[in-house]
Design a protein around this ligand. Structure first.
Ligand code: SF4
Length: 419
């Protein structure tokens, strides 16, 4: 057995297999690690289960992807009619590729301690994590040991790659950030904006040596937050509801054109467009009017009462992504990592996640009107996570776009979040 730190909802999870409405075997590409690939090649001589179903051509540019499953109608060809995995049925769990064996689990090793969260791209995990109104809590649990866990990315605070940086303060920084995201004295967007300022300042501290400045920064922010010292600054952020909406939608449409996209996300995107009467030709003025009207009549009230969904999503995100530091070394191929990874680029990605989810939800609320409810929020967040969250090359291209347009700065992220 192995000890693991995890949010409490994780212990309630078990795959619901054939009852799953958006199975992980459909709607996205499935990477195969080299060890599993070698096993499958050996088995090709003993039967035809694998023939023509595995390729090494044009595979995803992520580390650990040695081959890929050849999808059939956007679906894994190993999925049986009963929605079970034929590899597992015929050869047992040890023959599953690393990706399939651990999904939807996400492991991190932080200073030798194992941590576990679930990916929100699994609908059952998303329901368990997001629909709990009380703040997400973490505790230690015991799990079955698995040699594959040794292959997961690790954050090692004693790594000499990070001398004089803020990494020694990982625990303190993360604890501060989770407390801030769960601080219900502020509306959720204000918490995210304060977090942006904090990450901006932390980024500067990261470039200095002798960083006990980090502890002073945390103490000063804690004091200001307790005393509403950011209120004036937050109210000064300009109110331009649709300033970046078209840009975000063009970026999502670009993703739809360039990658495999699940049916559920396409449905959500079409509902969003219909809800706002959004077309590529719509004028800025008409879009602005439609957005404002839908947001105030169909979205604001609902989300005000259910902000804990966003809170839970981003607490899970912070934990899963080791935010705002990420893994000590990138697990992704360097040549797709075009924008240097910093604390602030990590925050930028978080802000874009929020802005995209929120704006899509506003349109979907307009589509369903007074029928808009939790199920629609879960459908969108889960399918968004499945199609966008896991697409690392796309996330890199997003950062490149913002970098090319000089938008990786605090003013731009505040506008993304608040507008
Ligand atoms: S998405 Fe989640 S619940 Fe559905 S089949 Fe995959 S692991 Fe199971």
């Amino acid at each position: 057995m192995k000890e693991v730190l995890q949010p409490d909802y994780v212990s309630k999870f078990a795959c619901i297999t054939s009852r799953c409405e958006d199975t992980c075997c459909r709607g996205w590409r499935v990477a195969i690690d080299q060890e599993s690939y070698d096993k499958y090649i050996n088995l090709m001589n003993t039967g035809d289960l694998f023939n023509g179903k595995i390729t090494r051509d044009d595979i995803m540019q992520v580390e650990g992807a040695f081959a890929e499953v050849v999808l059939s109608d956007n679906t894994c060809p190993f999925l049986t009619e009963k929605k079970l995995c034929s590899i597992q049925e015929m050869y047992g769990e040890s023959y599953l590729s690393l990706t399939c064996a651990i999904f939807p689990r996400n492991y991190n090793m932080v200073n030798g301690k194992l941590e576990l969260t679930l990916n929100m791209s699994c609908p059952h995990a998303a329901r368990l994590a997001l629909l709990e109104p009380t703040p997400m809590k973490f505790s230690l649990a015991e799990i079955k040991d698995d040699p594959r866990i040794g292959k997961i990315p690790a954050l090692d605070l004693s790594d000499p790659e990070y001398p004089n940086s803020v990494y020694p303060y990982f625990e303190e920084v993360r604890s501060f950030i989770v407390t801030l995201i769960q601080n219900r004295n502020y509306c959720f967007e204000d918490r995210l904006v304060i977090l942006g300022r904090f990450c901006n300042d932390l980024n500067i501290a990261d470039n200095r040596s002798g960083s006990d400045a980090v502890i002073r920064l945390i103490n000063s922010y804690t004091h200001l937050i307790d005393n509403h010292g950011f209120d004036k600054f937050i109210s000064s952020i300009p109110d331009q509801p649709t300033a970046l909406l078209k840009t975000l939608m063009i970026l999502i449409e670009y993703r739809l054109k360039t990658g495999v996209t699940g049916k559920r996300f396409l449905e959500c995107f079409n509902q969003f467009k219909q809800g706002l009467n959004y077309t590529n030709e719509i004028s800025d003025e008409d879009l602005s009017d439609s957005y404002k009207e839908v947001k105030s009549s169909c979205y604001d009230n609902f989300i005000k009462q259910n902000e804990y969904i966003f809170e839970n999503y981003f607490v899970n995100y912070v934990f899963k992504e080791l935010f705002p530091f990420g893994e000590s070394k990138t697990i992704y191929n360097k040549d797709i990592f075009t924008v240097p990874k910093t604390i602030f680029t990590e925050y930028m990605l978080m802000a874009v996640h929020y802005a995209m989810i929120k704006n899509l939800l506003v349109g979907i609320a307009g589509y369903y009107k007074d029928q808009f409810g939790m199920q629609h929020v879960i459908n969108l967040i889960q399918s968004f996570a499945k199609n966008i969250d896991h697409d690392v090359p796309y996330l890199q291209r997003l950062l490149k776009f913002f970098d090319d347009n000089q938008m990786i700065n605090f003013a731009c992220t505040a506008m993304l979040i608040k507008n």
